[in-house]
Design a protein around this ligand. Structure first.
Ligand code: CAA
Length: 384
């Protein structure tokens, strides 16, 4: 298949606008968010002021109506400045995608509008302590009780837990039949019986809280189910097809920030009487970093174009982009630390933070081993 994507003037303008905003108002918060492990409220405020906090929400719900490629560009540029902050638009897309794909109109209007306005964020609750890669083995239950569902269970690794007002929660409504017994619900932070664990102490993305979410006899009105009972697992997987593209974009952005830092340092730092960028050994390293970044970005945008069109090969491309870009980001950020030498190993420069932040992109929204399972299944089905 040939036509991948082409950046329009609008896409280029979006990139310039986000970059300008992030250089001025997001990058300056990145080191402190990492050091203090605090949610970067100033970044959220800046992103909200320019409608970059949840750009994918359609105009009919008051959103900016960005297409999947523009949304990827926003997330990439925010991640270039601060990976933790990029989880604001990324997780808003992850949390709301089940509603966009499968929710009814009333539920969409009720819950997407506040997110578009920047009054609420939306998280996604799939994983559990004993159900990570094997998402279909979840045990959180939703039992029907008259005109309510009663939710009980624990979700783990929930990004932006506690700061989000809304949560898409996947739960078993018909036990014993596997993925076909799973349904999706919108849960509010203020629903009685919802509570949160302590923030996880992590290697990176320290400015984005990751916590357990507990559901203790949470009574959920019937109209808060997303789609028909039993369709939740398929909705969860379809969501990830789209949002693995956004994690790829995040990885591309982290890698781009690291390459920027490496290029600047290599031209400033002098050894043996000249800038280290003049040494061929350094040039080969920088060239490899650029090559990997370019390949990752092209694959990510090709996947974003498929996400926008809803192509049949999106499942493959989403997994491939996420897997390739996150592996590239890990290599590029590690090489950036190497270019900066001893300085790269310190917190006086951003490379070590970027290296720590890159690691999670190989793990969340499905480990890269799971991505390979997904890709292989698509290849064997002849989809590609
Ligand atoms: N689109 C539509 N339907 C899909 C689908 C897709 N992409 N993938 C699977 N399904 C459907 C299947 O068609 C199947 O239905 P049928 O029986 O009717 O065909 C059903 O769902 C079950 O599918 P599988 O048999 O493929 O399921 P499986 O148990 O073998 O699991 C898996 C497959 C790929 C390993 C899946 O469990 C998976 O993706 N695991 C990783 C989970 C993950 O990514 N978790 C991250 C959570 S988000 C996060 O990281 C937190 C955060 O906040 C950032």
């Amino acid at each position: 298949m040939f036509d991948l994507y082409q950046l329009s003037e609008d896409h280029i303008a979006v990139r310039e606008a986000v970059r300008e905003l992030c250089d001025a108002k997001v990058a300056p918060n990145a080191a402190a968010a990492d050091e203090n492990g605090e949610f970067p409220q100033a970044s959220y405020d800046a992103l909200r002021s320019s409608d970059f906090h949840a750009p994918h929400i359609p105009a009919e719900f008051g959103g900016a109506g960005a297409d999947a490629l523009a949304t990827a560009i926003v997330i990439e540029e925010v991640a270039r400045a601060c990976a933790s902050s990029s989880l604001i638009p990324a997780v808003n897309k992850l949390g709301t995608m089940p509603l966009l794909l499968s929710g009814d109109q009333a539920l969409k209007e009720r819950y997407l509008t506040p997110v578009a306005r920047g009054e609420a964020m939306f998280s996604y609750c799939l994983s559990e302590p004993e159900a990570g890669s094997d998402a279909g083995s979840m045990t959180t239950r939703a039992d029907r009780d008259g005109d309510h569902w009663i939710l009980n269970g624990v979700k783990r690794w929930i990004t932006n837990a506690g700061v989000s007002e809304y949560y898409t929660v996947f739960a078993v409504t018909t036990p014993g039949i596997g993925p076909k017994g799973i349904s999706a619900f919108v849960i509010e932070k203020s629903d009685p019986g919802v509570s949160f664990g302590a923030p996880e102490r992590k290697l990176g993305i320290k400015g984005s809280p990751t916590r357990e979410v507990y559901f203790d006899n949470v009574r959920v009105p019937l109209d808060r189910i997303i789609g028909e009972p039993g369709t939740g697992f398929a909705t969860a997987m379809k969501t990830l097809d789209h949002t693995r593209v956004t994690i790829a974009a995040q990885a591309v952005g982290i890698a781009a920030g690291a390459l920027d830092a490496a290029l600047a340092y290599a031209q400033e730092r002098r050894q043996f009487g000249k800038p280290i960028a003049d040494f061929q050994g350094m040039q080969f390293l920088l060239a490899d970093m650029g090559m990997k970044l370019t390949a990752a970005r092209e694959l990510t945008y090709a996947a974003a174009a498929r996400s926008e069109r809803g192509d049949a090969d999106l499942t493959y491309f989403g997994a491939a982009a996420k897997c390739f870009a996150s592996d590239a980001a890990m290599e590029i950020t590690t090489d950036a630390v190497q270019v900066l030498g001893g300085y790269g190993y310190t917190k006086d420069f951003p490379a070590e933070r970027m290296m720590r932040d890159a690691k999670i992109t190989q793990i969340y929204e499905g480990t890269n081993q799971v991505q390979r399972i997904v890709m292989a299944r698509q290849l064997l089905k002849g989809v590609i």
